[in-house]
Write a protein that binds this ligand. Sequence first.
Ligand code: HEC
Length: 188
Amino acid sequence: MSLHTQHNQLIGIAALLFLILSLVIAVLPAFEAERTPPLSGIEQLSDEAKRGRVLYLEEGCGYCHTQFVRDLPVDKPYGRGSVPGDYALEVPPLLGTQRTGPDLANVGVRQPSEIWNLIHLYNPRAVVGTSVMPSYPWFFDTKAAADEGDIVVPVPEAFKPDGQAVIAKQEAMDIVRYLQSLKQAEVE
Ligand code: HEC
């Protein structure tokens, strides 16, 4: 072989290596993941949670939140290491890349409270003073007095318009149902 004079060979070898690496690192694992059966404890999303998942995508929650727990000491607070069976029912899985906020793969277990999640969505600073997460007030109405059937969110006085009641819209409930559905099932 005379790679220093035969650029065809050089490019050919590089292309072959690239192909083999792509197969080993990306393509074969993807097929294997597709064949992995879902963990038996995984539940199908309710209609509300399905809509919440779409909102999660639209609002870009995934720009700051992963749903992929690494099997590392630093990720211990967020759950066990994720396995392919976690994602078998999720197309596409919302893995995320940035870990500005906590991993949400198991947040339904860690933070199940509907009220906490609603206040946090309205204004994260109302429950976590130093939070850098954006507020999502457009998922709520504010009005002088709540009507019957309204879901009133007990936002602390300092964080809402004076004398107004904060009412959760359906979208806020959908996101919270989605967050509550994020639970890691037991690995068999
Ligand atoms: C700019 C980055 C950013 C974006 C965008 C963002 N978050 Fe967060 N999120 C954070 C940070 C930082 C925290 C930790 C502080 C706190 O609890 O507010 C957090 C915390 C949380 C928690 C509590 C997690 C726990 O372990 O207690 C939930 C639930 C959550 N976010 C959901 C959402 C949802 C739903 C969206 C989209 C509607 C969203 N986040 C968008 C940064 C972000």
